[in-house]
Design a protein around this ligand. Sequence first.
Ligand code: UDX
Length: 453
Amino acid sequence: MMNIAVIGSGYVGLVTGVCFAECGHKVICVDKDEQKINRLKNGIIPIYEPGLDQLVLSNQEQGRLSFCNDIGPAVEKSDVIFIAVGTPPKPTGEADLSYIEDVSRQVAKAMNGYKVVVEKSTVPVKTGEWVKRTIRFNNKFGGDFDVASNPEFLREGSAIGDFLKPDRIVVGVESQKAAELLQGCYQPIIDQRVSFDISSGKVIHQDPQDRHVPFIVTNVSSSELIKHASNSFLALKISYINAVANFCELAGADVEQVAKGMGLDSRIGTKFLNAGVGYGGSCFPKDVSAFLEISRELGYDFKLLEDIIEVNQKQREIFVRKIKNALWIIKDKSIGILGLSFKPNTDDMREAPSIDVIKALQLEGAKIKAYDPVAMDNAKQIFGDTITYCNDPYEVAQDSDALVLMTEWDEFKNLDLKKVFDTLHYPIFLDGRNVFNPAEMKSIGFEYHSIGR
Ligand code: UDX
């Protein structure tokens, strides 16, 4: 059993804290947002993440998880301190590390013995050196400490499963002592004593398993870089298949077939080859930009990253052009949007492709109706009352001149397409996520447009 503090109770911090508590550790989650901490103490979770609320409640009840908004006592009581505060992008695309610096200073002032201070937030390479320097300057205790890196690879919508059943755990350390303490934190996950059953969506506790999760121990810089390099490579895969999709439309090929043929090569793999309107979210856009900025700072012209960003941005513009080509005049047309969140199973609207597409159509004078199973409240923060929020997909289709699918929620995959066809004003359907079968859509009578097919 380890004493762990997690500073920052956003997506990564909250999931990290509750999963370590579920592993049997004593965890204090800290956040400077007093209201958020009070809500968490009352079991109110600030984010939509399947299974998180029950796990927070049960671990609080069992006394393994607590919340406070004061870094001092949390640091004093803990051996390992995870920094999981935001690293939002600056206008330049560079990562804003001011929250990391602020927390490093406060942690240093509260140190009352040896501690391992761990970067859990996504940070550019070499950040660990700055954290170490900041702690040394502010460490009133003056004693020994370690700074380590431990990037997180969880995805929104499947965060708990991704944390408890990861492909690998990466730690960047400067001492054996730090490596051992971090291994201590993760041991129940390494031997899968604590794991996750994807089919039932349940956390499972079992005997240690023979097949262990790889525990990668490297230096701090390599560990920091593994995160940026991994996310940028996944973004590259998406931009690549989107570029191939655009080429398929010119060549009369089918990107789904092409992706299948490519993906069966185990060196390529089928995952993250789904063509669509491009990637969004709180990670890929910001991480690719931050990686590009740090590479420029260190003197490497990483042109490939620029292309990933450009293809992704263009994918939205190409889709808007498709809508125009289908509707001729956009002005005063009623366009229905199915899905607003950047991907299914999350209410997150950050960098959602729907934002760019809706704003471009509004600029042309379109009237927008939209529905999303969980992201409406967050969407209202962005669009206010400039769009009509519907109660279900059929209300969106009702008398619309075109229907546009932006997020591939399961709810939309099970639509009564005949009913949609009958309610639409024009039978125009634009599918930004290749959810439906073109032949079937045409057989119903839709003028159906998708990506790369
Ligand atoms: C991502 C990484 O997957 C995760 O490891 C990291 O820790 C955080 O960033 P997340 O942003 O939650 O996770 O979403 P992810 O499921 O990776 O999807 C990212 C974006 O790519 C979404 O907009 C999704 O729609 C898009 N995408 C994904 C595609 O367009 N095609 C694909 O084949 C896969």
